[in-house]
Ligand binder design. Structure first.
Ligand SMILES: [Zn+2]
Length: 181
């Protein structure tokens, strides 16, 4: 009967991966390393959800509310690039994936429901993209455009696939994440 147990376990695992890091993780000394981002990718039958957590510095070169017009412009450009999820992530066409939803949270940029970051703290940004696919399990890879953000050097990946959970790392100038063993 192990076959009937495994899917439930994977569902739980996917659910756990999709939970946003609670506010205050930074204050507890959670890893916040400039140049490094974390991304979870959960593949289910019809959906693929990508969840990114990154120091704001990796995207705009500062980690607080914008103070000048040029900083505000840089922030607007970064957010626009993140919102264009279908340009940022290009899935294997075999899976027939279309961008369905984008959520961005950043207290410093006043986006989403993120709680205000305490003064002087290293600000982060969290983004989540949902793709609806005709058959997500046929996505053998995804091409990732996140290294267009120049300060970003590495992305630590957690992949929750229908049959495996894997940890990977994507290093500049790599762009392709293989969604399989
Ligand atoms: Zn920082």
């Amino acid at each position: 009967m192990t076959a009937s147990v495994a899917p439930a376990a994977l569902l739980l695992l996917s659910a756990a991966l999709l939970l946003a890091a609670p506010p205050g993780t930074l204050a507890q000394g959670h890893a916040h390393v400039h140049g490094v981002a974390k991304m979870n990718i959960a593949v289910d039958a019809k959906t693929i959800v990508l969840q990114l957590q990154t120091p704001l510095d990796n995207l705009v070169g500062f980690e607080r509310a914008p103070r000048s017009d040029s900083e505000r412009r840089r922030a607007d450009e970064a957010v626009a690039r993140l919102r264009a999820g279908d340009t940022l992530f290009r899935f294997d066409p075999a899976a027939g994936c279309k961008l369905a939803r984008v959520d961005i949270e950043s207290a410093a940029l006043k986006l989403g429901a993120a709680s205000p970051a305490p003064q002087g703290e290293h600000a982060e940004l969290e983004a989540q993209w949902q793709f609806d696919c005709s058959d997500a399990t046929r996505a053998a890879y995804v091409e990732v455009g996140l290294f267009a953000f120049n300060p970003l050097k590495r992305i630590q990946l957690q992949l929750a696939l229908p049959k495996a959970q894997l940890q990977r790392e994507l290093k500049r100038p790599q762009t392709r994440i293989v969604l399989g063993p």
